[in-house]
Design a protein around this ligand. Structure first.
Ligand SMILES: [Mn+2]
Length: 318
């Protein structure tokens, strides 16, 4: 991928007229907020733009996409992917179009080879942070809904501005959104302060079942199919559960395992003394230093064995 500057990305976006914006699998607030903000800004500049429908968009985030999505890939549009580190992470609806992505805007450490060109800023806490720079360079009008989409992006990728990825720039981005009319308190209430009962019951279950290693330094939690069915958990309920173990005093490496049938999904969160992406890289995954993930074939039991092996391999005695 050819790395572009903010000015070059802005020039590219101003030069073309039709855009289709792609989000990633298991879409979160950052990919959705970034896609929505970019789409609105492009439209405000008189361009044709829409966000490709993603079968995994959930209820919690739907309001941000209202009126922005389209069902099919427009063959004449420039494809722009946001917050998507690898072709294999693109939404299922983008299957077959991986090679046609003409611009990537992302903050994951890897230089995504699938896109022709793009901007990757690993120091940005959220993709929305980079996007605001680009929109500023384009002189794009930022209305309240655009500002709220950007606020969604930066707030959700930082756990409401509590994670180690937060910089002064992240807070300036949020401040700018509030200046533009974003209702931060209302967004925070829905995204961080309100939980469904089923989610609280899941937390109760994890409190009972989490297993500890290395004198309490490593916590391993799992969400099996049976508990998902028993509690009637939705994707929104488990969306940000990966950090659960890190909430426990003394835990420096927390692992969340999710039973996805054929494969096990692994999420790792670490204190500054460890590197989650190093652990996940040993399993074919990746991510950031404090938060990373991987997918292991052969079900959740295999995934558990594999992640414990990877933690041992970085020198932690289990
Ligand atoms: Mn992100």
């Amino acid at each position: 991928m050819k790395q572009l500057t903010v000015a070059e990305v802005a020039a590219f976006l101003l030069h073309n007229d039709r855009y289709l914006i792609l989000t990633h699998r298991r879409p979160d607030g950052d990919t959705i907020g970034s896609a929505a903000a970019l789409c609105r800004a492009l439209r405000a500049l008189g361009k044709r733009a829409c966000v490709l429908e993603n079968p995994q968009f959930t209820e919690k985030f739907r309001p941000y996409l209202d009126g922005l999505t389209c069902e099919e890939v427009d063959e004449n549009a420039c494809l722009v992917a946001v917050d998507t580190a690898a072709a294999s992470m693109l939404s299922y609806s983008a299957n077959g179009y991986e090679g046609r992505v003409s611009l990537l805007i992302d903050h994951h450490g890897r230089n995504a080879a699938y896109a022709a060109q793009g901007i990757v800023v690993p120091t940005a806490a959220a993709c929305g942070e980079i996007l605001l720079d680009i929109l500023g360079q384009m002189n794009a009008p930022i209305d309240v809904k655009t500002a709220e989409a950007l606020y969604l992006s930066v707030s959700t990728d930082t756990g409401c501005f509590r994670f180690s990825n937060v910089t002064a720039k992240t807070l300036r981005t949020a401040a700018f959104c509030i200046d533009c009319g974003a209702d931060a308190a209302a967004i925070n209430q829905v995204m961080f302060l309100t939980k469904r009962m089923a989610r609280l019951q899941l937390e109760a279950h994890l409190t009972q079942s989490t297993v500890f290693y290395a004198k309490g330094k490593v916590a391993l939690s799992r969400i099996d199919r049976s508990i998902r069915e028993q509690l009637g958990l939705t994707e929104d309920d488990i969306d940000d559960i990966s950090g659960f173990g890190r909430e426990i005093a003394g835990v420096e490496i927390s692992v969340m395992l999710r039973d996805e049938g054929e494969y096990g999904k692994i999420s790792v969160r670490t204190s500054p003394h460890y590197d989650a992406s190093e652990i996940c890289a040993k399993l074919g995954g990746g991510g950031h230093k404090a938060a990373a993930g991987a997918t292991v074939q052969g079900g959740i039991e295999n995934a558990m064995e594999a992640v414990l092996g990877a933690i041992s391999a970085i020198g932690v005695e289990l």
